[in-house]
Design a protein around this ligand. Structure first.
Ligand code: HEC
Length: 119
């Protein structure tokens, strides 16, 4: 009788613990993998700028800043201003205004700059 009770208890304990573990891939590993391996302007940076910046920084750019081409973005990046504004560092304007890009995007920019801003 005692052993049945004991086994029952172990069973309940196991149930409780297995109940705590559910295999939610998105929560366990993050919603998507952030690819920072080989960011290029064409594949990574340009789409990101289009999503987050080009609405205000097209050919007639807000604040006199256009981000309409590789050369223009590269020049903002080499001066440190691209990372300054997107990481919203002190003494920089915060871009995009009122929001912040994802850590994944910020890491991709950092890696792109570190790789010498490949096209
Ligand atoms: C909603 C419009 C808007 C969006 C979106 C936006 N900007 Fe701006 N940006 C501005 C305005 C306006 C200024 C001029 C400064 C000011 O008045 O705030 C500016 C200024 C800048 C400057 C110059 C800062 C300086 O020191 O003079 C840079 C660089 C810049 N933006 C980069 C970006 C980048 C990169 C993105 C995308 C991640 C972005 N902006 C998204 C409106 C925007």
């Amino acid at each position: 009788m005692k052993t049945t009770k004991c086994i029952g208890l172990i069973f309940i304990v196991l149930l409780i613990f297995s109940g705590c573990y559910y295999d939610n891939k998105a929560e366990t590993y993050g919603t998507s993998v952030c690819d920072t391996l080989n960011p290029t302007y064409a594949a990574t940076i340009e789409p990101m700028i289009k999503r987050n910046c080009i609405g205000c920084h097209g050919s007639v750019g807000s604040g006199g800043v256009s981000l309409n081409s590789y050369e223009l973005v590269k020049s903002e990046a080499s001066s440190g201003r691209l990372e300054g504004v997107t990481n919203q560092l002190q003494s920089y304007y915060s871009m995009p205004p009122g929001t912040k890009m994802s850590n994944c995007e910020l890491n991709q920019i950092a890696k792109w700059v570190r790789l010498g801003m490949p096209r």
